[in-house]
Design a protein around this ligand. Structure first.
Ligand SMILES: *Cc1c(COP(=O)(O)O)cnc(C)c1O
Ligand SMILES: [Zn+2]
Length: 453
């Protein structure tokens, strides 16, 4: 037994507690979501300096499972899991890139991008899924009759679930909106042997059905309304502060769809603050696609009213969500972190991703949304040029190769690809090739200018 403990509590404070290995997703009294709470008094018995030392000793080392960016913080995640039930692919530990050239274009001196997509399944979803699948493996070991894990997905959750399910030997069932995920995202769960159900609806439609399916206690629900995932995802904040030698940035910009990830981001900073590892909190900016912007609209009313929207099609398909399940959690985080919400149109997100790619990134469209929002916030001087800013890049651009190619061929419907770069067809002739290089060299100087303001 661990000397630390954690349990579920209702997000509205109903006086109910449940074990983390119970099969439960909602408060039986009010029907709302559950959050994981930790015994902070027990965690405080170890000093902030001692936690830092422990985390530093483990980070990226080989002692299983503590080299993982998530499980290196095990006491803060799920302290009591048996290590033999932990299903880890050594997730986390993603690079924090100093976006020097891109920052100069925007007028931000100290800009960093946390590359959460440089990971096992190509998105930050690994951070939460390792925790959820490990907890399920523990439940099965404890005798719970769970036969499968299921999720609805906009593509990346299903890839992570199928992968960790395969690593654990637990069957995975994924519900995807037909034709709304990228080919790379579709092939991932296929390759990992999941049951892939392609439904003629949108994400919100898949989510409604998976919630019904998982009323059967033998099928465990893996969506982020299940806050076990949030516990893993919150380690991104801890890890990025660790990468700054335990300094807190001024701003974190993050794209939001179902809003689990921004809730997790807030939770990670909060626990470091509560345990004295950090003395201040950053501000948070959530970036939404204008085509799927219920949080942005609610923010305009000061969060007085919230209306789900019917999400319109967006290139940022992983955040094409009209009725975010973690809305209340996100509002709480935004209020605690003096947060703001910004949005980006299809034109803006596609151009911004491409512009940043030219400075040495390879952005997914969701990161494009975050970067476009960052640009607006800098232009409006909400974010000042001398502040340290971290952008959370949520997936690898290679998952979205098809739409990125279409952008560069200037073939995206309704979008004028300002920064497109098409292949140059040239005869296999030395002179012609040299000409092409000369033209490119001339254009490249211009490119530098056109990328600026
Ligand atoms: C899931 C996902 C998001 C959105 O995260 P939420 O927790 O749903 O807000 C953003 N980008 C990518 C690439 C994702 O896979
Ligand atoms: Zn309740």
């Amino acid at each position: 037994m661990s000397e630390y403990s954690a349990w579920f509590e209702c997000i509205n404070g109903c006086p109910t507690h449940f074990g983390l290995t119970e099969v439960i997703y909602r408060c039986p009294e009010c029907g709302d979501l559950l959050d994981v709470h930790h015994d902070l008094a027990a965690l405080r018995r170890r000093s902030a300096a001692a936690w830092i030392k422990l985390f530093e000793q483990r980070y990226r080392r080989n002692e299983f499972p503590f080299g993982s960016g998530v499980w290196g913080k095990k006491e803060w995640v799920i302290p009591f899991l048996d290590n033999e039930n932990i299903v880890s692919t050594y997730e986390g530990g993603t690079n924090l890139m100093w976006a020097d050239r891109y920052g100069k274009l925007l007028g931000v001196e100290d800009l960093w991008v946390k590359m959460c997509g440089n990971s096992h399944t190509g998105s930050f979803k690994d951070l939460g899924m390792t925790v959820l699948v490990s907890a399920v493996k523990q439940m099965i070991a404890n005798g719970k009759p769970i036969t499968a894990i299921a999720c609805a997905s906009t593509g990346d959750t299903s890839a992570a679930l199928a992968n960790y399910g395969a690593a654990a030997g637990i069957p995975a069932v994924v519900l995807l909106p037909k034709d709304k995920v990228s080919p790379a995202q579709l092939v991932q769960p296929l390759a990992n042997g999941a049951l892939v159900l392609s439904l003629d609806t949108d994400f919100d439609g898949c989510m409604a059905i998976v919630q019904e399916i998982t009323h059967d206690p033998e099928i465990y629900l893996a969506n982020s309304m299940n806050s076990l995932r949030i516990e893993g995802q919150k380690t991104v904040s801890i890890e990025l502060v660790q990468q700054f030698d335990w300094e807190v940035p001024d701003w974190v910009v993050i794209p939001g769809g179902n809003l689990g990830n921004v809730s997790a981001l807030g939770k990670g900073f909060q626990i470091m603050y509560d345990l004295g590892l950090i003395q201040k909190l950053p501000r948070i900016a959530v970036a939404q696609a204008a085509n799927a912007n219920p949080l942005y609209l609610a923010y305009q009313t000061g969060f007085e009213t919230f209306e789900p929207v019917r999400a319109q099609s967006t290139l940022a398909s992983a955040i094409q969500i009209g009725n975010p399940v973690s809305y209340k959690r996100a509002v709480k985080a935004l209020k605690n972190f003096d947060g703001v919400v910004e949005q980006a149109t299809e034109q803006e997100l596609a151009d911004e991703a491409a512009r940043a790619d030219r400075t040495g990134m390879f952005n997914c469209p969701h990161t494009g949304v975050a970067l476009a929002a960052l640009r607006k916030l800098v232009d409006r001087k909400v974010i000042r040029s001398d502040q340290r800013v971290v952008v959370i890049s949520t997936a690898h651009g290679l998952k979205f190769a098809n739409q990125k190619i279409a952008y560069h061929l200037n073939e995206l419907p309704g979008i004028d690809s300002t920064y497109h770069n098409s292949p140059v067809e040239v005869a296999a002739d030395l002179g012609k090739v040299k000409d092409a290089i000369r033209r490119f060299a001339e254009k490249s100087t211009l490119m530098e200018d056109s990328g600026g303001r």
